[in-house]
Design a protein around this ligand. Structure first.
Ligand code: NI
Length: 255
């Protein structure tokens, strides 16, 4: 069994065919799904999905792009739901910062404030964090080290060696379609240095579709393609790799 530890099944792009998407996933051995929260609208949809499908779990969180919509009370409303497994996705994303120096600083400050608040929420309810990091590794690491009393998973497009020390602090590394890209040199280099007991699989569907479907809508069934690449790079038999990743995922989310 594979668990897609990060897929946005609440996205509009699945409105028409979610049942088929789930069926294809199951046919590929992907039998559980964690849908992270991103903004307040999608969170309510994620909760509804978790209530309608026994295979779906969700997390409560606000993505750094939606920082201005942050509302802690709204997240707390759902955090004690039996199918809420984590806080996230939350974190820092400096990829699209405003050009103006003053606006840039204000945006970074806001992102940090709501990230710290969500770390505090995770601490209070003893839930793991689903952390989104993009072009902000140093600041993210600093805040996690200073505030996090729980572990979680780092969902990162641009993995780098600097983040590896987080493995010792109870953080897992979400490996997705980027690993299969022809130009994924950096992640391919860092990947073997991630401890085996800290690897989990994620698609981030509908985004970041693995090779050879890159450019099309992503879906959880493609976890299998990521797992195959991991098995090759780790030089571990695919079935054994699947089991390692499953045990890690179960532990990460206390499933
Ligand atoms: Ni995501």
């Amino acid at each position: 069994m594979i668990i897609d530890t990060h897929c946005h099944l609440d996205d509009d792009r699945y409105n028409e065919d979610l049942d088929e998407v789930i069926k294809r996933a199951k046919d590929a051995g992907v039998e559980r799904f964690v849908v992270p929260g991103a903004d307040p609208d999608t969170l309510e949809r994620a909760v509804k999905l978790a209530e309608d499908y026994k295979e779906i779990y969700f997390a409560v969180g606000v993505h750094p792009y939606d920082a201005q919509n942050y509302n802690r009370a709204f997240l707390e409303k759902y955090i004690t739901h039996p199918k809420c497994v984590a806080v996230g996705e939350c974190g820092l994303d400096y990829y699209r910062l405003p050009k103006d120096e003053k606006e840039k600083e204000a945006e970074k400050k806001l992102q940090k404030e709501i990230f710290i608040d969500q770390i505090d929420l995770a601490n209070s309810y003893n839930k793991p964090l689903i952390v989104h990091i993009r072009d902000a590794s140093l600041d993210s690491k600093e805040l996690l080290k200073e505030y996090a009393k729980v572990g979680g998973v780092l969902h990162c497009y641009n993995a780098n060696e600097g983040l590896l020390e987080m493995a010792e602090r109870g953080f897992y590394f979400g490996i997705g379609g980027v690993l299969t890209f022809k130009n994924a040199k950096k992640l391919v280099q860092v990947y073997p240095k991630i401890p085996l007991d800290k690897l989990v699989v994620e698609t981030d569907a509908p985004y970041l579709t693995p090779h050879p479907y890159r450019g099309k809508r992503n879906e959880p069934a493609y976890c299998r393609l990521v797992l195959e690449k991991m098995s090759q790079l780790s030089n571990i038999d695919i079935n054994e790799m699947e089991n390692i990743v499953l045990q890690n995922s179960l532990k990460l989310f206390s499933l």
